[in-house]
Ligand binder design. Structure first.
Ligand SMILES: Cc1cc2nc3c(=O)[nH]c(=O)nc-3n(C[C@H](O)[C@H](O)[C@H](O)COP(=O)(O)OP(=O)(O)OC[C@H]3O[C@@H](n4cnc5c(N)ncnc54)[C@H](O)[C@@H]3O)c2cc1C
Length: 453
């Protein structure tokens, strides 16, 4: 495809989730005229399904609460969690950008982020660095970002899907073809293109190719994550990396489809299978735990906790939603818990009696709270939430070819780009999906504006 466009914009952003919205806001703040294109009638993306928690280091919110954190510390945590196997350039860029981006969103854009003091440092984070909007989740976050886009003068074109890209002889993108729901097409020129169209968890073929072991998990992300931007970027010469990387999640309430918040485990909850046995250190890995759950009889497990542990998580929208749907079952004692699970009572009693010291799975209970009767329990299954591999980018979110050279004016952010979760399912740090989406969106928006300004 080449040639004539109906009109042209300096910066064109594809995708109206967190990465695209932040990229567009950042480019606009840097003085560029921006058009954001979203395939859906209402922008939601995986962002809207999320808890809306963002990890970032060295923020104003942390400083106000006396939490000493810095980009260097976040970088070290990313490298440790990924066993040094993630791209250090992207890790450095995300670690450096996440804090300033969050402060900018709070102070200049008016997103009321606060530190989520209920979410302790866990699962690889050495500091308390979860930021959220109290009482609100991802749906409110994406709506607010779009409200800000309108206020800042960013044009948003809805119900337009990117299907093709035109480029010049030097490889520079010159414009795009968009398809409307009625099948009609339009062509728009651009000075720089930012692909922020999410990952590919909703594309069964790509999942089967790159992460076959995750194909068994229930997909719990946005249906628009078909990998369009990743495949189009690759056609333009972009290299792909870490395509087997993803966040699975072990605690998707079954059948309600609501995420049991990770804080339930962090505060002392445990997982029991249908035999009444534990099978994993639940605190070891937020994403990789999905596989031990998938391996249980029926691919199901029960999260067991108590009223105190629930109270510490009661501020989350998820606990409220789980209660609204009566997904949390209450039982008087171990015997009643066994009856609920359908497991032998002696097995359940023995499992619950062993929650002390360093248990057989390596979980340390010193100072941790083990659930006490009466018990609360939720049946869960394993879910595939979002992918973490994608287009190789540099520290300014420019898409790179396999030889390491940058495509002239193509950027990728969020789920469309290679993340910082390493090559597989065990490298994901909590809230890094949005942490890296915001950081790479911010970097891409600023760099695209500088390129076209
Ligand atoms: C249940 C759940 C909870 C989560 N909770 C958290 C959390 O609390 N913290 C965290 O950090 N991460 C969380 N995540 C992960 C996080 O939501 C994602 O990493 C993040 O939202 C990715 O943002 P994005 O902008 O890249 O993608 P998305 O939000 O998916 O946005 C991509 C957008 O691009 C559009 N699009 C796709 N293809 C095209 C096309 N061809 N043309 C036009 N538009 C297109 C889509 O419709 C979509 O709106 C969670 C994920 C799930 C599933």
């Amino acid at each position: 495809m080449s040639g004539d466009f109906e009109f042209s914009v300096p910066v064109l952003v594809i995708g109206g989730g967190a990465a695209g919205a932040v990229a567009a806001l950042a480019a606009r703040a840097a003085g560029a005229a921006v058009l954001l294109v979203e395939q859906d009638a209402v922008p939601r993306g995986t962002t809207a399904m999320s808890q809306g928690l963002v990890c970032a280091a060295g923020t104003r919110q942390q400083a106000a609460l006396g939490i000493a954190d810095a980009a260097d510390t976040l970088f070290a945590d990313i490298m440790a969690k990924t066993r040094g196997e993630t791209d250090p350039v992207i890790a450095r860029a995300v670690a450096d950008a996440a804090g300033p981006c969050l402060d900018w969103l709070t102070d200049s854009i008016g997103v009321p982020f606060e530190l989520d003091t209920g979410f302790r440092a866990a699962y690889g984070h050495s500091r308390q660095r979860m930021h959220g909007w109290p009482g609100h989740g991802g749906t409110d976050l994406v709506q607010l970002l779009h409200q800000r886009l309108a206020e800042k003068g960013v044009d948003v074109l809805l119900q337009a899907r990117l299907v093709d890209v035109a480029r010049a002889a030097d490889g520079a993108v010159t414009g795009v073809t968009l398809e409307r729901p009625d099948g009609s097409r339009e062509r728009i020129g651009c000075g720089a293109l930012i692909l922020a169209s999410g990952g590919f968890a909703a594309n069964p073929q790509m999942v089967a190719t790159h992460m076959p072991e995750a194909a068994l998990a229930r997909h719990n992300g946005h249906e628009g994550n078909r990998g369009d931007g990743i495949r189009i970027g690759a056609r333009l010469g972009g290299a792909l990396a870490d395509m087997a990387s993803y966040q699975g999640y072990a605690m998707l309430a079954d059948p309600q489809g609501i995420t049991v918040p990770p804080g339930v485990i962090v505060e002392g909850g445990v997982l029991l299978n249908g035999l009444g046995e534990r099978f994993v250190d639940e605190t070891a890995d937020i994403a990789g735990m999905v596989h031990p759950v998938l391996a249980q009889p029926d691919g199901r497990a029960w999260v067991v906790f108590d009223a105190e542990i629930e109270a510490r998580n009661a501020y989350t929208l998820e606990i409220q939603g789980l209660n609204d749907l009566a997904a949390i079952r209450h039982v008087a004692d171990a015997e009643a818990l066994a009856a609920l699970i359908g497991a032998p009572a002696p097995a359940v009693a023995a499992t619950l009696a062993a929650l002390h010291g360093r248990d057989a799975f390596g979980r340390a209970w010193a100072g941790e709270r083990a659930p006490q009767a009466p018990f609360h329990a939720i049946r869960v299954c394993g879910g595939l939430y979002h992918t973490q591999g994608g287009l190789q980018i540099d520290g300014a979110a420019r898409v790179l070819r396999a030889d390491g050279s940058a495509l002239p004016n193509l950027f990728a952010a969020g789920g469309a780009a290679r993340g910082v979760s390493g090559p597989s399912y065990w490298g994901y740090l909590p809230a890094m999906g949005l942490g890296s989406a915001l950081a790479t969106g911010w970097l891409a928006g600023r760099a695209a504006a500088a390129l076209t300004g």
